[in-house]
Ligand binder design. Structure first.
Ligand code: PLP
Length: 386
């Protein structure tokens, strides 16, 4: 099996596995981090150390770091929490882009449909990037929150968050950034990105599934989603998940330490893979052409002359794990909202995403497998050739 779907979830890092095992130890990981006794204090120490590590990796203060169950919850908390708080000051307008993850898009749509907010959805460029000027043009006096992703999960398109964040800070509008997909290879640093909220997910950078981070800048009003024991400064109730938090922090630190080297390695491997895909002919690489605005991990291509479903099946059968987003013109095959919004839904497409374990051999084998599968499908007529 060749695994090139690291954007969906990546391989757990040793540091995260060790931290998880350590805090799941029946002796060490016994206490509830909110209990006052020694076992509780020990668990609390693990949580607070994890918070400090995440803060250090993000250029943030530990007070600004809140643990969540993952990227989806962090996005929901930031978007809805900031919106509800701003609504108390009479602001009920939301701005986002059409290529956001559903954790953001469906949150703002829900607020618009059920909670009296109005919504502006900014269209992306064809390469998947979102123009800062277009976002700023959508901002109004009553805008509550602007939510724009740091990098798109399908196309790997990177946005200019530093410029957007500064402009919104000047206007006094809350800015949330979904950095779930960006963290593994992009330098995510809130001292350079003046934003109010930011979402991370551990399983995208070598931690376990089911844990994430909401960076929530202190002093920015936010209404909690979850009510309960009042943990995490009352913003996120729920018993602290000490083992998961420690593993998340260990992975975040390892990923940040390794990031520059990984980035340099993946740029070369991704280009080699794109060239391998292109060698079959009739292949278009999607996403930004300028590597400065494209995640080093992502290779997204559209393929002529094959049926999307047949391609997905063929690649999987041949042992290549990638994501396919199908062309949308028939039956149950539906293009993703990202491909529709960017106008890239004309052909079958494949997202290969590389990660910290990807090798040159993986890339060579993947290019070979892709050529074989596409060749066979084209020879067979592809069934609904486009
Ligand atoms: N945001 C983006 C950009 C993502 O790619 C994902 C996961 O695919 C999420 C949010 C959701 O994160 P999680 O899987 O931790 O809920």
């Amino acid at each position: 099996m060749i695994y090139l779907d690291h954007a969906a979830t990546t391989v757990p890092r040793d540091e995260a596995r060790h931290a998880l095992a350590r805090w799941l130890d029946p002796q060490l990981g016994l206490g509830n981090a909110s209990s006052a006794h020694a076992a509780g204090r020990r668990a609390r120490l693990a949580v607070e150390e994890a918070r400090e590590q995440i803060a250090a990796a993000l250029g943030a203060s530990p007070n600004d770091v809140v643990f969540t169950s993952g990227g989806t919850e962090a996005d929901n908390l930031a978007v809805k929490g900031l919106a509800w708080a701003a609504a108390e000051r009479g602001r009920r307008h939301l701005v986002t882009s059409a290529v956001e993850h559903p954790a953001v898009l469906d949150s703002v749509r829900w607020l618009a449909e059920h909670d009296g907010f109005t919504l502006t959805v900014v269209p992306p460029r064809r390469d998947g990037r979102v123009d800062v000027e277009r976002v700023l043009a959508a901002v109004r006096d009553d805008t509550a929150v602007v939510s724009i992703m740091a990098a798109n999960n399908e196309l790997g398109a990177v946005n200019d968050i530093a410029t957007l964040g500064s402009a919104l800070r000047e206007r006094g509008v809350a800015c949330h950034v979904d950095a779930v997909q960006a963290y593994a290879t992009l330098h995510v640093d809130v001292s350079a990105w003046p934003v109010d909220a930011l979402a991370l997910s551990a399983h995208k950078f070598g931690g376990p599934g089911g844990v994430g981070v909401a960076y929530l800048r202190r002093g920015v009003p936010i209404v909690p989603l979850l009510h309960g024991g009042g943990q995490d400064r009352g913003v996120r109730s729920g018993t602290f998940a000490a083992a998961l938090d420690a593993a998340c922090a260990a992975a975040a630190t390892a990923a940040a330490t390794d990031r520059s080297a990984l980035n340099a390695r993946l740029i070369v491997l991704a280009d080699r893979l794109a060239a391998g895909f292109a060698a079959v002919g009739g292949v278009r690489r999607n996403g930004p052409g300028d590597p400065a605005w494209r995640l080093a991990s992502h290779v997204h291509v559209s393929v002529q002359g094959v049926d999307a479903e047949a391609l997905l099946f063929g690649l999987d059968q041949a042992g290549l794990c990638v994501s396919t987003a199908s062309a949308c013109h028939s039956g149950a095959n539906r293009a993703s909202h990202v491909l529709t919004a960017t106008g890239l839904d004309d052909l079958a497409s494949v997202r290969a995403s590389l990660g910290w374990t990807t090798t040159k051999e993986d890339i060579e084998a993947a290019a070979e497998t892709f050529a074989e599968v596409v060749g066979k499908l084209r020879a067979a007529g592809g069934g609904g050739v486009r």
